[in-house]
Ligand binder design. Structure first.
Ligand SMILES: [Zn+2]
Ligand SMILES: [Zn+2]
Length: 261
């Protein structure tokens, strides 16, 4: 009886697998991936063609402490090669990893993701970021948790989703690091940082975040879509440190090109 049950279970499993494979093949034949930039055929599991992906403005030489663009070629992994603004500073986070420069077409993709409901772009950019981060952490320990910068509940209701969380999903899957969207909340409804002058951004986000649930880990990655002055991630890092987190890296999709004052 037990053998019969086991055999029928295996048989059911094989049929289920066959259906999943068939569905995948039919999907590939009827709805092939299309590049979000040029509409040419995309890659196997990604809506961007190899040529367009190769032309994206990848970040090549950035300060490992703040993500600012350095004047000459320096290895991202070399933590001794900081920019002048970071040298000797005691920042609340360890390393900043920005996959791209905030230039077109990345800038337009992020704007459309944020304001025009183009959630597919989160999958494309998040997957490309996962490739990048996998290389960054190939020789060192990875954070234990990804914390997307939370939106205030009113803004979340208006937009319907948090773009940082959507971008982090493919990274969660590939790097096998869970995303935590519950422990940290935005308690203050702040003005959009992009609309403020640089010197008002830090005060705008002061006391904007709170911890709702204690964190069980010591090493986290804060995730944001765009990094400019770093005021938001600095504020969130300080809140996380008070909650017992001892090491923080910052991951962002794109770093603005304009140098911070
Ligand atoms: Zn293309
Ligand atoms: Zn720096």
């Amino acid at each position: 009886m037990l053998v019969y049950k086991k055999n029928s279970f295996t048989c059911f499993n094989n049929i289920a697998k066959l259906f999943v494979n068939l569905k995948f093949i039919i999907q590939k034949l009827t709805f092939p991936r299309r590049c979000v930039l040029c509409a040419a055929r995309g890659q196997d599991d990604l809506d961007i063609c190899i040529a367009c992906a190769g032309d994206l403005p990848y970040m090549k030489n950035a300060c490992p402490s703040c993500g600012a663009i350095l004047p000459n070629e320096m290895a991202v992994e070399d933590t001794t090669k900081q920019c002048g603004a970071c040298f000797g500073q005691n920042l609340p986070f360890q390393c900043v990893y920005a996959a791209f420069l905030y230039q077109n077409p990345i800038a337009q993709l992020l704007i459309d993701l944020k304001f025009n409901q183009k959630l597919l772009y989160a999958k494309v950019l998040g997957t490309l970021m996962a490739d990048y981060l996998e290389k960054c952490y190939s020789k060192k320990n990875k954070p234990q948790l990804i914390i997307p910068v939370p939106l205030h509940k009113k803004r979340l209701r208006e937009r319907g989703y948090n773009q940082a969380l959507e971008l982090a999903r493919p990274i969660e899957k590939r790097l096998q690091i869970p995303v935590d969207k519950y422990s940290c909340v935005r308690v203050k409804q702040t003005a959009a940082q992009s609309l403020l002058p640089f010197d008002e951004r830090q005060s705008n986000v002061r006391q904007a975040f709170a911890i709702r649930k204690p964190l069980a880990v010591k090493y986290v990655a804060i995730f944001d879509d765009i990094l400019t002055t770093g005021s938001t991630v600095k504020e969130l890092s300080q809140v996380l440190r008070k909650a017992g987190v001892t090491k923080i890296d910052v991951w962002c999709c794109a770093k603005t090109v304009v140098a911070d004052p």
